[in-house]
Design a protein around this ligand. Structure first.
Ligand code: SAM
Length: 265
C-alpha cells in the first residue's frame, strides 16, 4: 500500500496523537487538534506518555543486559522513534516490533530504514499467532524460542479475551525461561468525570478504553507466573519525580502509567 493511500489526514489517529504527546513530528494538524482536546482535559497526558516510554527504555536494558535475552518481540509498538526499545539494546539484539495500524507501520518503515536486526510488522496483538507464525518472522527467529515479549501501553485498549489469548498463546509458544513484560493500564482507576470524557474522545476514534482491577489482570495473564510483581510506574526502578507536580502524581500513576510486571515461564 502506498503511503498516500493509507494516510488519511482528515481524521485523527490515536498513534499519531501519541507521537504528538511525545514531541514527535509524525502527526498532522487534525491529530494535534484532537491531542490538544485531550491535553485540555488532562494536562499531564504528555508527561504520562513520556513516563510510559521511559519505563520501556528501562525494560529494554533489563531484558537484555540483566536478563540476557537477545530477542525481543514487542506488540502494539507505536512509532519506533529514538526513545524506543531498539535504541537501548546491545548491538546484535533482534527486535521485532508490531502494530495493527497501517499508518504507524508505514511511518515505522520510514523511521527504521534498514536498521540492522530491527523489524516492524503489521499485526494485531490480539492475534499473536498471526505474527509469530509468519514465514518471515520464523526465518528471523530460526530455532529461537526463548523470547522477551513486551506488551506495553496498550492493555486498556484490549478486551479480556484478547489479553487472555495473548497470554496463553505466547506462553505455549515460547521456550521455558521466556519472559512477558506487561503494563496493566487503567488498573484500579478512580471514578472520575475528566477521565470519562477523555475516554469518550478515544472511543470516537474507535479505541474503547477498558477499566479493570489488578486482580482481573492477574487472572487474565495466566499461566505466566509473576517474577517481579506489579509496581506502579511511579515506583518504577530509578523513577525521577522531579518533572511531575502533585496533580500529575495523583492522576498519572493510575491512568497514564498504571502498573508494570515481569512474568516468566
Ligand atoms: C499508546 S501507544 C503505545 C506504544 C508503545 N507500546 C509504548 O508503550 O510507548 C498504543 C499503540 O498500540 C497500537 N494498538 C492498539 N491496539 C492494538 C492491537 N490490538 N494490536 C496491535 N497494535 C495495537 C496503536 O496503533 C498504537 O500505536
Amino acid at each position: 500500500m502506498s503511503k498516500e493511500s493509507i494516510i488519511d489526514d482528515s481524521k485523527p489517529n490515536a498513534g499519531r496523537m501519541y507521537d504528538y504527546y511525545l514531541g514527535g513530528n509524525h502527526n498532522f494538524e487534525v491529530d494535534r487538534q484532537a491531542a490538544e482536546q485531550v491535553i485540555k482535559l488532562m494536562p499531564f497526558a504528555p508527561k504520562g506518555a513520556r513516563l510510559q516510554r521511559w519505563a520501556l527504555q528501562d525494560i529494554a536494558v533489563e531484558l537484555t543486559e540483566k536478563r540476557g535475552y537477545d530477542v525481543i518481540v514487542d506488540f502494539a509498538s507505536g512509532l519506533p522513534t529514538n526513545d524506543h526499545i531498539h535504541q537501548l539494546v546491545p548491538e546484535g539484539t533482534t527486535v521485532i516490533y508490531s502494530d495493527y495500524d497501517p499508518v504507524v507501520v508505514e511511518y515505522a518503515y520510514d523511521i527504521l530504514g534498514d536498521t540492522p536486526n530491527v523489524y516492524f510488522f503489521e499485526a494485531d496483538a490480539a492475534n499473536p499467532e498471526a505474527l509469530l507464525s509468519r514465514p518471515d518472522v520464523q526465518k528471523i527467529l530460526g530455532e529461537k524460542k526463548k523470547i522477551g515479549f513486551v506488551l506495553w501501553g496498550v492493555s486498556a485498549f484490549l478486551t479480556d479475551e484478547a489479553i487472555a489469548r495473548i497470554a496463553r498463546y505466547t506462553y505455549e509458544w515460547a521456550a521455558p525461561g521466556s519472559c512477558l513484560v506487561f503494563n496493566a493500564q487503567g488498573a484500579d482507576l478512580p471514578q472520575n468525570e475528566t477521565l470519562d470524557r477523555t475516554f469518550q474522545i478515544y472511543e470516537r476514534l474507535g479505541a474503547k478504553f477498558h477499566k479493570r482491577s489488578l486482580a482481573q489482570f492477574r487472572d487474565l495473564l495466566q499461566p505466566w507466573s509473576v517474577d517481579q510483581d506489579f509496581v506502579s510506574l511511579l515506583e518504577w526502578h530509578g523513577f525521577d519525580e522531579s518533572e511531575l507536580d502533585t496533580e500529575d502524581l495523583r492522576m498519572i500513576g493510575p491512568l497514564a502509567g498504571g502498573y508494570g510486571a515481569y512474568l516468566v515461564k
